[in-house]
Design a binder for this molecule. Structure first.
Ligand SMILES: [Zn+2]
Length: 444
């Protein structure tokens, strides 16, 4: 007779209530017990981690652009989620744009779900989109299980997902507040960017001047003000400008319902080190200066930034225009879903942060943002999603080992600390075939 289907035993287990030597018992895909290392075990399968491995909860990445259907040559569900699994990520939430159709009504959500069904390696949910004219579609999308709504305040990069004006943003926030939903915002101000200097070419400094910190600061101030007025819960996507941190902290201090994410590339790279023509580093908002990066790290430590998610946003190699090296025409987006954990752990460790901090930023808080109470933590009752991580091992990033469809990455050739050795989803090792589920808001 056995008590559990599976037991994972490790010298270091990062549970929701701290680190311990112990084992985790799994029954029917959920965590049923957490016991001390030497406690007797009766299970169908016992897996002992190596002495250099730590058992982490599977990471939750709430910012992934899968692009399928419609731009499947950029990325697809099978490749993106396989890369996620290889990076220790066991739950993703797909962004509503770059696929065709964009997820701006219930019919489009059905198309996305049908396309994803059967080919996802990790649990996969969906964001809806707020675009001009679709306010009546927001509540039905919410009821159909999207986790919230993404909007832009400037051109999104694709014509079928237009951005909101100030009046439209106000209207969308009132509607989302009415059903206590979540609005997630690409916060760069169109007018500020229109008036910034635009010098095409290969110089990164010119590109950086075309997307100034001020554009983010102005847009974030607008979101804060409307969140305050409407009571809408708002989330700032991919924060790059550290200049916005004081007003974010102040707004939160006053009780504005605001959360903030940043991404591994803003914490890993600096504008100073980006060579001319190196468009693999292009993303919007852009990677900024070294002093800006250190302020972002500090804000994470202070809790002003809540979480770190990938903004995995691939395209074809042609669209990166590495041949031209012109930042003004290259697609903006960085693919890093498989590398986020080692990238962040490498930087965190150098700055004295713990693995528990990293797990909080990349698993616990993103799960909280999405309302996924059964994800992102090792606790009794949670899903048995795990990442087996060797925090002292090192590797050199070789694009040939990346599973996403077009393995261009600015991390190529970099030495990172921390290797994902294994990933488990609801008590089953993710190895042979896709067995992820399509998930909805309010589940799990
Ligand atoms: Zn994005």
């Amino acid at each position: 007779m056995t008590d559990f289907d599976l037991v994972l035993r490790a010298r270091r287990v990062l549970t929701a209530s701290g680190e311990q030597a112990g084992w985790v018992g799994v029954r029917s895909g959920r965590i049923a017990a957490i016991e001390p290392f030497d406690a007797p075990v009766r299970a169908g399968q016992v897996v002992d981690l190596a002495d250099d491995e730590v058992l982490l909860p599977g990471l939750v990445d709430t910012h992934v652009h899968v692009n399928e259907p419609g731009r499947t040559e950029w990325e697809g569900f099978a490749t993106a989620t396989r890369a996620a699994a290889a990076g220790g990520v066991t739950t993703i939430i797909d962004m509503p744009l770059n696929s065709i159709p964009p997820t701006v009504d219930v019919d489009a959500l059905r198309v996305k779900r049908k396309t994803a069904d059967g080919q996802v390696w990790v649990d996969t949910g969906f964001w809806g989109g707020a675009v001009p004219g679709n306010v009546p579609a927001l509540r039905p999308l919410h009821d159909a299980g999207v986790f919230g709504f993404k909007c832009f305040l400037l051109h999104s990069g694709v014509d079928e997902f237009p951005h909101l004006t100030a009046a439209e943003l106000d209207e969308a926030m009132r509607e989302v507040a009415a059903f206590d939903g979540l609005l997630i915002v690409h916060a760069e101000d169109a007018d500020t960017i229109d008036h910034a200097p635009h010098e095409p070419g290969a110089a990164y400094a010119d590109f950086l001047r075309s997307r100034p910190r001020l554009a983010e600061d102005v847009a974030i101030a607008q979101v804060i003000e409307l969140a305050r007025r409407t009571g809408c819960r708002a989330h700032i996507l991919h924060l790059s400008s550290a200049d916005a941190l004081p007003m974010i902290a102040a707004a939160r201090g006053e009780g504005v319902r605001l959360t903030v994410e940043t991404c591994p590339h803003y914490l890993s790279f600096t504008a100073e080190e980006i060579g001319d023509g190196a468009t693999q580093f292009k993303c919007c908002p852009p990677i900024r200066e070294a002093d800006n990066r250190e302020q972002l790290w500090q804000a994470l430590a202070d809790g002003v930034i809540d979480c770190v998610v990938s903004d995995h946003s691939p395209c074809t190699p042609e669209l990166k225009r590495l041949d031209l090296g012109d930042f003004s025409v290259a697609w903006g987006g960085i693919s890093s879903i498989q590398l986020g954990l080692p990238a962040i752990w490498s930087g965190a460790r150098e700055r004295g942060h713990t693995l528990a901090d990293v797990v909080e930023w990349m698993a616990g808080r993103p799960a909280e943002l999405a309302g996924l109470s059964g994800k992102g933590r090792i606790a009794v009752g949670a899903d048995a999603d795990f990442c087996v991580f060797a925090p002292d091992a090192e590797f050199v990033v070789d694009p040939a080992n990346l599973h996403h469809k077009n393995p261009i990455t600015p991390y190529a050739g970099r030495t990172l600390t921390g290797v994902v050795r294994d990933t488990w989803l609801r008590g089953t090792r993710i190895a042979e075939r896709p067995h992820g589920r399509l998930i909805s808001r309010g589940e799990s």
